[in-house]
Design a protein. Structure first.
Length: 275
């Protein structure tokens, strides 16, 4: 029987980070690059520009440590409004990447085996959820009139996202995981509105934090961006290990959090494709 001292939390960090758009989530990853982590980003937003500029400003010699794959379904304008151009494939491609990071002439093996010096980043969960819905919607059976019950689409896409989160936080997934998402307010029967991660519909959001031992929030108050670690009346946050701080600055906070949770890797250069 294993001792609790041998628990996987000693080696791998699984973290969910939410915040409003433009609260500094993506660019804050520069601090992780600075201390030597390799980032491999499943880019569902196509908004990595701030991270690239921050790395080029602060540690350009390490930009090769960041590998990314951008996946978004293409949309086109029609008389009925914008629609997906062809079959929606972004979600299926994302699932394949999470199993084996391979495309074109790039083959980085299985993400579950990357180890403790690497961080798999999902940026963002919100757009991954959108892609899951878009993937599932055409598969929903339709009646003769073309109408269909969207409840089945929501349920199946929610289940698909939960399966992804269960896999990423499984003990068998031996790599650090950082999932970014957006927060949304949901009314409660009693008490103030609560902030939950944006999911597929509203039923999934409250379930998402349960998969992560570390749950943090990016806030922007009066132009000052910070990473909130302490719960308040509208959101319940957590870190696997108390670090003695209520909040951290976004420019160095992720590195500080990861260092508090586990020893940081030694800085190393890489020849991966640049962001």
């Amino acid at each position: 029987m294993p001792s609790l001292a041998q628990h996987q939390s000693n080696s791998f960090i699984k973290c969910l980070a939410i915040g409003d758009p433009k609260s500094g989530k993506t660019s804050s990853m520069v601090s992780l690059v600075e201390v030597g982590y390799k980032l491999r980003i499943l880019d569902m937003d196509n908004l990595l520009d701030p991270l690239k500029f921050m790395i080029m400003q602060r540690c350009p010699e390490l930009i090769g440590n960041v590998e990314f794959r951008t996946l978004r379904d293409k949309r086109k304008m029609t008389p009925e409004g914008p629609v997906i151009d062809g079959k929606p494939t972004a979600f299926i491609q994302a699932i394949r990447m999470l199993d084996h990071w391979k495309y074109d002439d790039v083959d980085l093996g299985r993400p579950a085996e990357w180890g403790s010096d690497t961080i798999l980043v999902v940026d963002t969960l919100s757009r991954l959820c959108d892609s899951a819905f878009d993937w599932r919607e055409p598969l929903t059976p339709k009646g003769r009139s073309g109408e269909y019950d969207k409840r089945a689409t929501y349920a199946d896409s929610q289940n698909a996202i939960e399966d992804v989160l269960a896999g990423l936080t499984s003990p068998l997934f031996e790599t650090n995981v950082l999932v970014f998402g957006h927060g949304q307010y949901q009314p409660q029967v009693v008490g103030p509105d609560q902030i939950f991660p944006q999911g597929v519909g509203q039923k999934l959001g409250p379930k998402i934090p349960a998969y992560f031992p570390n749950y943090i929030r990016y806030v922007n108050r009066g132009g000052k961006r910070t990473i909130q670690l302490e719960s308040d009346s509208q959101i319940s946050l957590a870190t696997a290990k108390p670090i003695g701080e209520k909040s951290l600055p976004t420019d160095t906070g992720l590195a500080e959090l990861f260092e508090a949770l586990r020893e940081v890797p030694k800085p190393a250069k890489s020849s991966l494709r640049k962001v």
